[in-house]
Design a protein around this ligand. Structure first.
Ligand SMILES: [Zn+2]
Ligand SMILES: [Zn+2]
Length: 359
């Protein structure tokens, strides 16, 4: 008889072979297993404890951006650096609204590979801002004037787009529970399964934000972009706009890309494991191959304005028109509004009292 030394998948105890039934039977938890099934189970677990290949990403190459008409504008107040045409010279910083902006020559900057062009114009962005403010009863009247609205600026925000092929192979320990009555006993039968899922898929244009200055909360709120609409970049797309210079490079963004791709692979496979009482991943191997990276610009309408010492932001997706904003609330108006509410409440209470008397 062959010597088998398996551990009980249920409780971890060593499993002896039970001659009469031809099964492996656990003395601790009373589970029974088919020896062949256990052998396969062991094999799969072993294969998946091997280290996966390191994610293979190409080294990002860029010849650099050469364009005599372009310059870098540096904000002396917050340090932001943006690229814009020399002629349209950025007059105020898109990040903090400061007007102390210095210009310098365009050197040592990556040329974007792709761009998602603006599909929503300045007028539409202004209108959206006005409409957004209109609904806000608590908004200070002095906040929204033409000077403020005119500060709204079109800016391209940098992203790294990752393409790769993925092979995923994941095991799950799963159970199904069946409970039935047998004479005076209630019997609960738990069946244990080793579920294995494997698949290949490709990832296209997975975005990772290349700007730390652009608050993630705002970017996430106005996402998503349709990355399939990205076209080859030429400087003409920048006419009248500014482009934020990335401050997180392709190398530093790789861990984020790896993480997002791995999580997506896990979710894709996990979604196919259905019909079990419990499902716990027990091993996985996820390999990323043929990874390529491109640098891309996404359009944003941005307004950063300072009001009574605090900065307020309005950001709008320049492709879809989705926007987000935080706007100042004046204490004086808040008090008035509360007063109106209190009076209205009083009237309603009085009406209810009157109705009560007539009913
Ligand atoms: Zn056991
Ligand atoms: Zn600034």
């Amino acid at each position: 008889m062959q010597t088998l030394n398996y551990k009980c998948p249920n409780c971890g105890a060593t499993l002896p072979y039970h001659g009469e039934s031809g099964q492996m039977r656990c003395e601790y938890c009373d589970s029974e297993f088919d020896p062949e099934a256990l052998r396969q189970y062991d094999e799969v677990l072993k294969a998946q404890t091997e280290e996966p290949d390191q994610p293979i990403w190409e080294e990002y190459q860029n010849e650099g951006w050469q364009d005599e008409n372009m310059g870098i504008f540096v904000c002396r107040s917050c340090g932001a650096e943006v690229v814009a045409e020399e002629t349209t010279a950025a007059t105020s910083c898109p990040y903090c609204g400061s007007t102390t902006v210095l210009s310098s020559r365009l050197t040592g900057v990556f040329k974007p590979d792709l761009v998602v062009p603006f599909a929503v114009g300045r007028d539409a962005a202004k209108q959206a801002l006005q409409k957004f403010c209109k609904g806000k009863l608590l908004l200070s009247k002095s906040f929204l004037n033409e000077t403020v609205i005119d500060k709204i600026a079109g800016m391209y925000v940098p992203f790294w787009l990752y393409d790769c092929d993925v092979s995923a192979d994941i095991n799950y320990r799963a159970t199904r529970v069946h409970s039935y009555r047998s004479g005076e006993y209630q019997v609960t039968k738990t069946s244990h399964y080793l579920v294995r899922r494997a698949g290949d898929f490709s990832v296209q244009r997975l975005p990772v934000d290349g700007s730390q200055k652009m608050a993630d909360a705002y970017m996430e709120a106005i996402e998503p972009y349709d990355y399939s609409k990205a076209v080859d970049f030429t400087s003409t797309y920048l006419s009248g706009y500014t482009a934020d210079k990335y401050d997180v490079d392709a190398e530093a963004s790789k861990p984020r890309a790896n993480e997002r791709i791995t999580t997506s692979a896990q979710q894709l496979l996990r979604n196919t494991v259905i019909g079990y009482a419990t499902v716990v991943p027990s091993g996985q191997r996820i390999d990323l191959r043929h990874g390529s990276i491109r640098y891309a610009l996404m359009p944003v309408w941005l307004l950063n304005t300072t009001y009574r010492g605090k900065t307020y932001t309005f950001a709008m997706n320049g492709q879809t028109g989705k926007f987000v904003g935080n706007l100042p609330v004046s204490p004086a108006r808040a008090v008035t509004l509360f007063g109106i509410c209190a009076v209205a409440g009083g009237i309603i209470a009085a009406l209810i009292a009157l109705l009560g008397r007539f009913m």
